[in-house]
Design a protein around this ligand. Structure first.
Ligand code: 13P
Length: 255
């Protein structure tokens, strides 16, 4: 089993104000040693990236955005380019989150363009995939996730695939308190790694981190972290509380 450094990212979504964001980041910096071997990323709303980035300065906690446009500049009112995110200190960007796929109509083709743009700008994309409850109950999980991974990562070189992070977030587990069982999550993570092996090479796939997301909490993370293909978590609600976020990060930390 190759060494994959665990990575835990907090997706704050559209939550917290500036002072709260600054305070949460400062607490994460002060307590970073509690999960020293886990790569940590904070993804605040875009308007607070600068503030949170300043609070993270001098620490090794990464700054991430929740979205980026696929064009480098131009007449795209309300959008933010990957290079701008780099400019304010981002190293990561979440792309294709199910909320954006559902609420903003982002297709695999759109996510693919955004992923290419983010990589070209030097960002680490955290590319999200995951099935709905209806799709799972219809026995279509494998099909849906495989299609999303292939579509979102189409045309990427093995070198680029190696750089990115994939987040498996079953839609039915997001914000619902219904976490996937460790076995359900492991099965899909293994599937994603197989597909990454086809898109790149099995050796490259073995080095790609695959996060689980969807109602990850301190009290359910241990069994998820014990799965061989779960390399970290993309955390929503629990990332808004320093205690919970750090406890989750610690569960992935190497002894
Ligand atoms: P919750 O942890 O709140 O379920 O959200 C998961 C998520 O969507 C992270 O991107």
């Amino acid at each position: 089993m190759p060494a994959r450094p665990p990575i835990v990212a907090g997706n704050w979504k559209m939550n917290l104000d500036r002072a709260q964001g600054r305070a949460l980041a400062a607490t994460a910096v002060a307590r970073r040693h509690e999960a020293a071997s886990t790569e940590l990323v904070l993804c605040p709303p875009a308007v607070y990236l600068d503030t949170v980035g300043a609070a993270l300065a001098g620490s090794d906690i990464g700054l991430g955005a929740q979205n980026a446009h696929d064009k480098p500049s131009g007449a795209f009112t309300g959008e933010v380019a990957s290079a701008m995110l780099v400019d304010v200190g981002c190293r990561y960007v979440i792309l294709g989150h199910s909320e954006r796929r559902t609420l903003c109509g982002e297709t695999d083709a759109v996510v693919n363009q955004k992923t290419k743009a983010a990589l070209a700008a030097g960002l680490v994309p955290i590319v999200c995939v995951g099935e709905t409850l209806e799709e799972r109950e219809a026995g279509r999980t494998t099909d849906v996730v495989a299609t999303q991974v292939r579509g979102s990562l189409a045309g990427l070189s093995p070198e680029h695939i190696e750089k990115l992070v994939v987040a498996y977030e079953p839609v039915w587990a997001i914000g619902t308190g219904k976490v996937a069982t460790p076995a359900q999550a492991q099965e899909v993570h293994a599937l994603i790694r197989r597909i990454l092996g086809e898109l790149a090479t099995p050796a490259v796939a073995n080095r790609v981190r695959i996060q689980y997301g969807g109602s990850v909490k301190p009290d359910n993370v241990a069994d998820l972290a014990a799965q061989p293909d779960i390399d970290g978590a993309l955390v929503g609600g629990a990332s808004l509380k320093a205690d919970d976020f750090l406890a989750i990060a610690k569960a992935f930390a190497r002894a």
